[in-house]
Design a protein around this ligand. Structure first.
Ligand code: SF4
Length: 64
């Protein structure tokens, strides 16, 4: 899976960081994927974060 955050949609609620702190962080007040964690394996929490993002800014792409 590849995880990304659309900075145009994110409004910095921080929910993703609370749900999956090993993958998400806040940069300048907005959600971002921690560098090197774009292909994280903590799938349940990452999916929870994506589904729970209030602005639907998180995209998960499943490969293969
Ligand atoms: S949960 Fe969504 S809106 Fe909130 S910081 Fe994360 S990406 Fe941004």
């Amino acid at each position: 899976m590849t995880i990304s955050v659309d900075p145009e949609q994110c409004y910095g609620s921080g929910d993703c960081v609370h749900r999956a702190p090993s993958v998400f962080t806040l940069v300048g007040g907005f959600g971002a994927v921690i560098p090197g964690r774009e292909h994280a394996v903590d799938a349940p929490r990452v999916r929870e974060a994506a589904e729970g993002c209030p602005s639907a800014a998180i995209t998960i792409r499943d490969e293969g």
